[in-house]
Design a protein around this ligand. Structure first.
Ligand SMILES: Cc1cc2nc3c(=O)[nH]c(=O)nc-3n(C[C@H](O)[C@H](O)[C@H](O)COP(=O)(O)OP(=O)(O)OC[C@H]3O[C@@H](n4cnc5c(N)ncnc54)[C@H](O)[C@@H]3O)c2cc1C
Length: 395
């Protein structure tokens, strides 16, 4: 495997860099430009930014051209993400349920009318999606979910509760998994629905996270009627579709670039932070810690590229993606904890306070990074997958 860009890849990188330099929104980023205060403001901003990406030809890069994408390969997609994160482009997390989960799931498993109706508005930022999978008693063990769906005429009537549903209050649509046959084996009686969040009977209750933001929500369904045609795949065949969505969710992304950009920011902050007679970055223990992180970033980059090559060969992300999920999420937490240690108490001061370092970025990240080992499959669950499906160990 050659880690250097081929001439075509180098040209693509130059093109991506030039577009970003000309188009990155002025008022975004860290530490110079604070994030919008609330999730609602952030999603409004991101819808417009998604539109701009689409118009510039940089939305849905890995989507086929027939669906409005650019059909780039997995390596070019990584190059785009590397340039985007290096230049600290807006975090598209609330758009990514649509672009990274719903889009690929519908392209692989959706009916023709579903592709026609839903794919373009996702790419253009016109419709935001949320993921209604987890329930109070069904997270890692998703197949134990209890939200019911009863077929009545040409509808499925949904009754039950989802939780931890990110961006539900800002979303137009939801991918929802419900139990349509309670008598079938656990994985057999599920159906995968596309639900309009404006349908009567849906109540959304935001949950405040320890960052102070309320990104995720409880969502209650009280006799919510969903047209039968909004089922993806077969009724009671939803588990297959769930697996398609989860395999995309744990697939390849350029987390090494995001964390690398954070490390660069931390190195600069250590240079700017007074310590004794000099700066924090003069301390040999600090320097050694930062160098250790730089080496880990390099290992992660190689692992990301190795995984990308595997995807290129096999067409779909494999269980090796679990290794990367464990690697980046745990590195993320250690990096953010080290930042607090290196930069001292001012790193714990929040956005908006003149004492804050990097306008509260580290304070926010130290809290937010705790979630990384939980969402998209916990570290324990990822280790189970690595043990059984990568190493071939018994359950
Ligand atoms: C920030 C954030 C955003 C989220 N957004 C969404 C969303 O938009 N939509 C959505 O549907 N869900 C979302 N989730 C939920 C997420 O998918 C679940 O939290 C996750 O699947 C874990 O489920 P749980 O919280 O029920 O924990 P549990 O599954 O109850 O796990 C509790 C603990 O037991 C461990 N454990 C469980 N099973 C095993 C096992 N077999 N072996 C070893 N250890 C095990 C877990 O690792 C964990 O430490 C989000 C979560 C977070 C933190």
């Amino acid at each position: 495997m050659d880690l250097r860009d081929s001439p075509a890849e180098a040209a693509f990188r130059t093109e991506a860099r030039a577009w970003l330099e000309a188009n990155l929104p002025e008022h975004w980023g860290t530490p110079k430009y604070p994030k919008p205060e609330t999730p609602a403001e952030e999603v409004t901003f991101l819808r417009a930014w998604q539109r701009q990406l689409f118009e510039g030809g940089w939305a849905g890069l890995d989507w086929p051209r027939e669906y409005g994408g650019r059909d780039v390969d997995v390596i070019q997609n990584l190059i785009w993400q590397e340039e985007y994160t290096r230049m600290r482009g807006p975090n598209q997390i609330s758009m990514s349920v649509g672009t990274s989960l719903v889009g690929p799931t519908l392209m692989a498993r959706g009916a023709d009318w579903q592709k026609e109706r839903f794919l373009a508005p996702i790419l253009k930022g016109e419709e935001v999606w949320c993921q209604g999978f987890s329930e109070p008693n069904a997270g890692s063990d998703l197949a134990s979910l209890k939200t019911r769906g009863v077929v009545e005429g040409d509808s499925i009537v949904v009754q039950g509760q989802k939780t931890w549903t990110s961006f539900a209050q800002q979303s137009d649509w939801c991918i929802l998994v419900v139990r349509t046959d309670p008598d079938a084996a656990r994985h057999k009686g599920l159906s995968f629905l596309l639900v309009d969040m404006k349908t009567p009977g849906i109540t959304i209750r935001p949950l405040v996270e320890m960052t102070g933001h309320a990104w995720f929500n409880e969502v209650f369904f009280d006799d919510v009627r969903v047209p039968l045609e909004n089922v993806v795949g077969e009724i009671n065949g939803g588990w297959d579709i769930v697996i398609t969505t989860l395999s995309v969710e744990r697939g390849s992304s350029a987390q090494h670039a995001r964390l690398g950009a954070d490390l660069d920011l931390l190195i600069q902050a250590a240079r700017d932070t007074p310590r004794g007679e000099g700066r924090a970055s003069d301390d040999p223990a600090v320097r050694q810690k930062l160098a250790g992180f730089a080496a880990e970033m390099m290992v992660m980059k190689m692992s990301v590229y190795r995984n990308a090559w595997a995807i290129k060969e096999k067409g779909l992300p494999g269980p090796e993606g679990s290794t990367l999920k464990v690697l980046w999420s745990e590195l993320d937490q250690r990096l953010k904890a080290a930042a607090i240690e290196i930069l001292g108490p001012r790193a714990l001061v929040s956005q908006g306070d003149p004492l804050a370092i990097d306008d509260g970025y580290w304070a926010y990240e130290a809290l937010w990074s705790r979630a990384a080992t939980i969402y998209a499959g916990t570290s324990e669950v990822q280790r189970n997958i690595i043990a059984t499906r990568v190493l071939g160990l018994p359950r």
